[in-house]
Design a protein around this ligand. Structure first.
Ligand SMILES: Cc1ncc(COP(=O)(O)O)c(C=O)c1O
Length: 387
């Protein structure tokens, strides 16, 4: 058999091609290979919460790079200890056990496995329109048929019910339900906020049926005007999944839980080679220390509120609704969002779609008033130009 030498490989076409090559970033800006600057309203799907190349996070990464990049979790390492302290400072006291992952989906996988083993039950209740990731367990909890159908069959045991519907939840709960998994605000579904009181109701119903509550704060974490969206509802989950912004761009996910759940997880029953490595932990610790300043969250909330007010104030007939909390904003159009997002990109502003008709704004918390002004101006122009 002859070996054909190839210069490179082609990507499996899993993602829509945005047509530009990103080469450099700084704070809230990105530059493409032609040297063109973009205002970044997407922060790599919510990952670069403190912007690109944050000097303090970068210094922590570089310092760790010069020491040690990998140390399996069977070894102690100072960077991991430091990260655990930084995260503990943000969490309620009952959430005092953690395991590491390399992505959001993996943090969800762990949560689902822990819920089953800790409860001795197998069923999982998830929500319509939920997005929890693309690995098989996380995908089984994800609702969208587009992601699921090509890969059937899904792992068994997941029941999907309407989001923001406590009656539906009550009807779905029985003695077989290990856990209810829910996003405090549905992200990929198009920034859908439940009615006030919903999360409190979910907590109450979980308690009444001895089901564990898994909160997926992978997208809401650190961007709704508080470190976690659950604090606004005054509840605490049994299992909390975090990822995206937690290490400002380096791949990390965590599954945080209680001592009671942790005590039931058999030693050696779950793990990952790379997870919790010193390099990501150094980035995470630096990121979390910066995110422990309450003023950064107050600012995100205020700027998000004013951005929403200004977007609503445009009063464009094409806009169905503007909604969100903090710097997690969705602008729902009455027509497809992609042409508008393309026009925004051509005008130098990068945003994301969510569903077919929603423009999603997930910027870095470093966004300034002047950037928000430009964002509003460009969104308005892009909508009118694509009429
Ligand atoms: C709420 C939520 N859960 C889970 C995930 C999956 O995270 P990842 O893409 O890192 O696997 C995402 C990603 O967008 C998400 O928004």
């Amino acid at each position: 058999m002859s070996h054909v030498l190839r210069e490179t490989l082609e990507l499996i076409p899993l993602h829509a091609d945005r047509g530009i090559s990103l080469e450099r970033g700084e704070a809230v800006h990105l530059w493409d290979s032609n040297g063109r600057r973009y205002l970044d309203l997407m922060s790599n799907y919510g990952v670069n919460i403190l912007g690109h190349r944050h000097p303090i996070v970068d210094a922590a990464i570089l310092a760790q790079l010069a020491r040690l990049t990998n140390a399996h979790q069977s070894f102690d390492t100072p960077a991991r200890r430091d990260f655990l302290k930084a995260l503990a400072a943000l969490l309620p006291p009952s959430l005092n056990r953690i395991s590491f992952a390399n992505s959001g989906a993996e943090a969800i996988e762990a949560a689902l496995k822990y819920a089953r083993v800790a409860s001795g039950r197998t069923a999982i209740v998830s929500m319509h329109r939920a997005y929890h990731g693309r690995t098989f367990g996380a995908l089984a909890a994800t609702a969208d048929a587009r992601y699921r159908d090509p890969y059937l069959p899904m792992p068994e045991g997941v029941r999907h019910i309407a989001y923001d519907d406590l009656e539906a939840l009550e009807a779905a709960l029985d003695a077989t339900v290990a856990a209810v998994i829910v996003e405090p605000i549905q992200g990929e579904a198009g920034i859908r906020l439940p009615r006030p009181g919903y999360l409190e109701g979910v907590r109450r119903l979980c308690d009444a049926h001895q089901a564990l509550l898994i909160l997926d704060e992978i997208q809401t974490g650190f961007r709704t005007g508080a470190p976690f969206a659950f604090s606004e509802a005054g509840i605490v989950p049994d299992i909390l999944c975090l990822s995206k912004g937690i290490a400002n761009g380096l791949p990390m996910g965590v599954t945080v839980t209680t001592e009671a759940v942790s005590a039931k997880i058999p030693k050696g029953s779950h793990g990952s080679t790379f997870a919790g490595n010193p390099l990501v932990c150094a980035a995470g610790a630096a990121t979390l220390r910066l995110l422990s300043d309450p003023s950064i969250h107050a600012r995100a909330r205020a700027l998000g509120d004013s951005l929403q007010t200004r977007l609503r104030g445009l009063a464009l007939p094409e806009v169905r609704e503007v909604r969100g909390r903090g710097l997690m904003i969705g602008l729902e159009l009455k027509r497809p969002a992609t042409p508008v997002i393309r026009a925004m990109q051509e005008a130098g502003v990068l945003a994301l779609p969510a569903g077919a008709t929603i423009i999603r704004i997930l910027p870095s918390l470093l966004l300034e008033e002047e950037h928000a002004n430009l964002a509003v101006e460009v969104i308005a122009r892009a909508i009118t130009a694509t009429r």
